[in-house]
Design a protein around this ligand. Sequence first.
Ligand SMILES: O=C(O)c1ccccc1NCC(=O)[C@H](O)[C@H](O)COP(=O)(O)O
Length: 212
Amino acid sequence: MSRIAIKICGLSTPETVEAALKGGASHVGFVHFAKSPRHLEIDRLAALARRAPDHVGRVAVLVQPDDALLAAIAPHVDIVQLHGDETPERAAAIRARFGRTLWKAIPVKTRADLAAGSAYAGAVDMLLYDAKTPKGADLPGGMGLRFDWDLLAGFRPPAPWGLSGGLDADNVAEAIRITGAPLVDVSSGVESAPGIKDVDKIAAFCNAVSTC
Ligand SMILES: O=C(O)c1ccccc1NCC(=O)[C@H](O)[C@H](O)COP(=O)(O)O
């Protein structure tokens, strides 16, 4: 396994889950959000999550989930990643009620956006700095967009953190060099088309991270 944690997100087939595991991913991510090309119904999400061994974190990516959805999905994963406009109070309540490790995506376009993470320190276990998607976009993540990594150079995140947004095998080493990210998260950059993961791209991404 790489020194830097790797989350391959938006997996939707057994073959691509296996490719992530073979590449040494520390986390595998599954999206439950109807507008996403990576959306998985709960039974399929659960079946894919079961393929990961205990040392690999299984992450459910959710957007403003209500308690009923959380009750249905949380038993199948180790980590819930909140990727919507959930408040710190709602995040803390979810963590307390469902007993899962909680990650919160922080959408970033400008330096001012980084500050939003502070309010979640103590309420969640990890902050995932991800590129902000355009107003009115169907998806709050998974669009292959990147933000200016220099914003994170010298920045002291208020909690454990990871980097996301527009990463791929060609740019991830530079992103890690600039930001010092301890975890990198990728979706579009290991796809051949939206929602279609590519086993060779997953291998290349994991390989690129392992050289860092
Ligand atoms: O991937 C999606 O379709 C998605 C939908 C709704 C909320 C979040 C989503 N993805 C979140 C992720 O964790 C992605 O890995 C992250 O945004 C990076 O995506 P990309 O820039 O495509 O690598």
